[in-house]
Design a protein around this ligand. Structure first.
Ligand code: NAP
Length: 455
């Protein structure tokens, strides 16, 4: 059995990689367990940061080669692949700078001589990762786990095995001890077995709801810690007093970056009734200017989707939403010149109960809905079982703060592009997942927060 790597734009077969045999898996897990024991016992935190700094440097030095690989393997625009590699280096630099402080034991005054909470590592952490940001997703999960003293085992998405191999090589070149960063090639339906393995002490999964549910169920049976970063259908609210140009620019950037394949893309535009018609028209005009094409061409705005079957799934969501009464402003079908590209699409008058409103659309498709007032906007935004990110455009910071507090999401951006930042915790509520990545909270997720009392 093999994993196939194919260029989504050219169709070229890039590689065929054999799945890891059961006996090799066991050997890798033993090595990972040994590496964990050695790493947290014999290396102080400042020593653990040395390979992280080396990794940041390598990422910066090899950015063009690595970016080209991302584009070839999953089809995103080359310029976006470069930005992805730069962001990975930035995350390493942020953690290299802050981890000593962030892992400092928290002293709590009691009548004891000394009492404090000390974060200690858990063991081998399984990382189950998606293809949409094939370097960024891995780096943001692996680096904090390793700094905290754990070792990691990566099971990457089946369509990006070359990125997985490149990551393995990078970690080796950066000087990580053998067994700290491991890669296995197994199909998604074999992940359960890995979760059950006694050496696996925690699981971080970024991916779809079904994958998250399956991992959570198995992990719960063994009381293993999970961090789940799942799907999203982020609302983007524009109020009467908003800066409309800024909102329009941000809307385009948010929804159509990475050909719409982002968990934190704005997917549901909720516009105050005074601006609804104008916003709809202006957004349609801007969307129609987006150019589809070759991801290596700097003129391209929308590259192919990572897997051709995603176009069919997206089209079904669009068709069913139109059948239930939404209006097509633009797009609405595959691009006639390339089967793997979906036309950037806007669906107006979208309401709860319609597919593209209720489900995550993982491609260049947006919905737009009219809100009669602020309460209605909040209620529409919260009419989703997801709760990842949200965006609000208003000039009134008090109103913005109130709305932010009332939106059931893990993060709200006010007057700006919803994006992740390695200095800040990131994660969702509801069906968008549990736990946090990045920032200090992300560093503490795969630790035993141990209370120690010297009486
Ligand atoms: P996916 O199909 O769930 O795959 C993600 C990973 O899970 C892959 O490694 C996949 O392996 C594995 N997997 C699949 N089925 C599994 C199962 N039953 N049990 C355990 N693991 C399983 O998701 P995707 O299509 O690659 O990624 C898109 C999804 O990821 C979207 O929903 C997106 O919103 C979400 N995402 C969330 C975030 C966030 O931070 N919240 C960030 C990025 C993406 P195979 O490839 O071998 O099937």
């Amino acid at each position: 059995m093999t994993q196939i790597s194919r260029n989504p734009w050219t169709g070229e077969l890039l590689a065929e990689i054999a799945f890891t045999e059961a006996f090799e898996l066991e050997q890798i897990l033993q090595k990972a367990q040994q590496a964990f024991k050695n790493w947290h016992k014999h290396f102080a935190i400042y020593e653990r940061l040395e390979p992280i700094e080396a990794l940041a440097l390598l990422l910066r030095q090899q950015r063009e080669t690595l970016a080209r690989l991302i584009t070839q393997e999953m089809g995103k625009r080359y310029i976006e692949s470069l930005a992805e590699i730069d962001k990975c280096a930035w995350l390493c630099e942020v953690y290299a700078r802050h981890s000593i402080d962030w892992l400092e034991p928290e002293v709590i005054a009691t009548e004891a001589r000394k009492s404090f909470v000390q974060p200690l590592p858990l063991g081998v952490i399984l990382l189950v990762m998606p293809w949409n940001f094939p370097f960024w997703q891995v780096i943001r999960a692996a680096i904090p786990a390793i700094i905290a003293g754990n070792s990691v085992l990566l099971k990457h998405a089946s369509n990006v095995p070359l990125c997985a191999q490149a990551l393995f090589t990078l970690f080796q070149e950066a000087g990580f001890k053998e067994g700290l960063f491991n890669v296995v090639f197994v199909p998604g339906n074999q992940v359960e077995k890995l979760v059950r393995h006694p050496h696996i002490r925690g699981v971080s999964l970024t991916g779809s709801e079904p994958a998250g549910r399956s991992v959570a169920q198995v992990a719960a049976g063994y009381f293993k810690k999970v961090v789940l970063e799942l799907g999203g259908s982020d609302p983007f609210i524009v109020l009467e007093d908003a800066d409309l140009n800024l909102a329009l620019d941000t809307a385009i950037q948010s929804r159509f970056a990475n050909a719409g394949q982002s968990c934190i893309a704005a997917k549901r535009f909720i516009i105050d009734k005074y601006h609804y018609a104008d916003f709809c028209e202006a957004l349609t005009e801007r969307i129609q200017q987006l150019k589809m094409g070759d991801p290596m061409d700097p003129e391209t705005d929308i590259a192919p989707l990572a897997r051709a079957q995603h176009c069919d799934e997206l089209h079904e969501q669009v068709s069913e939403t139109l059948n239930s009464g939404a209006q097509l402003c633009c797009g609405g079908s595959k691009w006639s010149e390339h089967d793997g590209c979906y036309q950037p699409t806007l669906l107006a008058n979208a309401m709860p109960g319609m597919k593209a409103f209720d489900e995550e659309t993982f491609g260049p498709v947006a919905t737009i809905t009219k809100a009669s007032d602020i309460q209605h906007a909040i209620s529409l935004a919260n009419s989703s079982h997801f709760g990842l990110g949200s965006t609000v455009f208003t000039q009134d910071s008090t109103t913005a703060q109130t709305i932010a507090e009332n939106l059931r999401t893990g993060c709200t951006y006010i007057n700006g592009l919803m994006r992740s930042d390695p200095r800040l915790p990131f994660g969702g509520t509801g069906n968008s997942g549990v736990g946090r990545e990045m920032g200090r909270l992300g560093l503490l997720e795969f630790t035993n927060l141990k209370t120690i009392i010297h009486s």
